[in-house]
Ligand binder design. Structure first.
Ligand SMILES: [Zn+2]
Length: 364
């Protein structure tokens, strides 16, 4: 029999709930082991030495948006920030704080920051687009452009240190759609291998105000995307989305969970956590009712990351436990039947090693 970690997405969602929980924990362990391996460690360090620009990606929680995979970039280089629909507002107290701290840390290390603002859609079928924007691509693109203006206001419109860049993601081909400074749009799936050689000139034309160093560090990302698109076209992929989410993931540090339609990931960014938890629980409940998943249980999984031992880790434990308690209270109040099937797990995750530790008394 295949190991649970080797099963595909739809097979996992049909396992008994205890086996799904075992699969989760095993998947994180595997991810951490691979992240900690000598090979991966050296690949990240080599990449950083060659391409010092820090790369952040603001994007939808949709599991199809895997930028490391879609750009052939080592895991851990592009730092993801996820929310439903990729909606963010720099005025949100926690989100604005984290962005400010990230950029200042990079600047002190002498590094510039490239911020990819993703929206996503499918060229083949509108209903494979972004549910977080009711499949309205124009609205989601406008949302990304509004966020770029906020970043310009906060970090400077001359972009010498921080460069926010609106970048669509077309999920049928996994193609990046680059929005240039002068409204020119470049669909990476429209290029052929001859264009690839002139990519440095193309980036200079799209982003005339981009510092040379950032252009050089954006280059391997778009080249990687070109090669990934070629690979995708040779594959047979199931594009249709079957909703079989059975888990609500609350907090940060879910890179290991990258798999479509298993979990609804809710970041702690916005000032209101209750409405997205309610929406996510309603989706899980309808998945059970419509028999897309077994009705033996669902998982609420809260994770809080930390960098240092001591206070930082102790605070992460408090945060993870709070998120579990908070989420469980909403599910109990709004979905009493569903809450009888609720399995709660809380964990902390070390950013430097990606090692996750489950907290005892996980039942809030
Ligand atoms: Zn989306």
């Amino acid at each position: 029999m295949a190991q649970p970690t080797e099963l595909d997405s739809s097979a996992i969602s049909q396992l008994p709930i205890n086996e799904r929980i075992e699969w989760l924990v095993a998947r994180e362990r595997q991810f951490a082991a691979s992240y900690q391996s000598a090979e991966a460690y050296l690949a990240r360090n080599l990449y950083h030495a060659k391409h010092p620009t820090a790369v952040l990606a603001l994007k939808c929680m949709d599991g199809r948006l895997n930028l490391a995979l879609a750009t052939n970039t080592p895991v851990g280089i592009i730092e993801p920030f996820r929310s439903i629909g990729g909606r963010f507002d720099l005025g949100w107290p926690y989100f604005g704080e984290v962005m400010s701290v990230e950029v200042q840390q990079m600047t002190r290390q002498g590094r510039r920051t490239l911020i990819l603002i993703n929206y996503h859609y499918s060229k083949g079928d509108r209903s494979r687009g972004c549910a977080g924007w009711n499949y309205d691509t124009d609205a989601s693109r406008a949302g990304a452009q509004l966020l770029k203006r906020q970043l310009d206001e906060m970090f400077g419109a001359h972009h010498q240190t921080v460069y926010p860049l609106v970048c669509g993601f077309e999920t049928d081909d996994d193609a990046l759609i680059l929005h240039g400074q002068n409204n020119e749009v470049l669909d990476m799936s429209s290029l052929d291998s001859e264009d690839l050689e002139s990519m440095p000139a193309i980036l200079a034309r799209l982003y005339p105000d981009m510092p040379h160093m950032i252009q050089q560090d954006l280059l391997p990302i778009v080249q990687g995307n070109f090669h990934h698109i070629e690979k995708v076209r040779r594959m047979t992929r199931t594009l249709d989305i079957v909703h079989h989410e059975w888990m609500i993931a609350l907090g940060r540090g879910f890179s290991w969970l990258h798999m479509a339609n298993q979990a609804l990931i809710i970041g702690p960014w916005g000032p209101e956590l209750a409405p997205p938890i309610h929406t996510a629980a309603a989706i899980v409940q309808s998945n059970m009712k419509d028999k897309r998943i077994p009705d033996d249980g669902m998982v609420l999984f809260s994770v809080a990351p930390y960098v240092e031992l001591g206070i930082d880790r102790a605070r992460a434990e408090q945060k993870a436990r709070f998120l579990s308690r908070f989420g469980a209270e909403i599910i109990r109040a709004d979905f009493p039947d569903l809450s009888k099937k609720l399995h709660i797990r809380s964990a902390v995750l070390s950013w430097p090693t990606m090692q996750m530790d489950l907290l005892e008394n996980g039942q809030a």
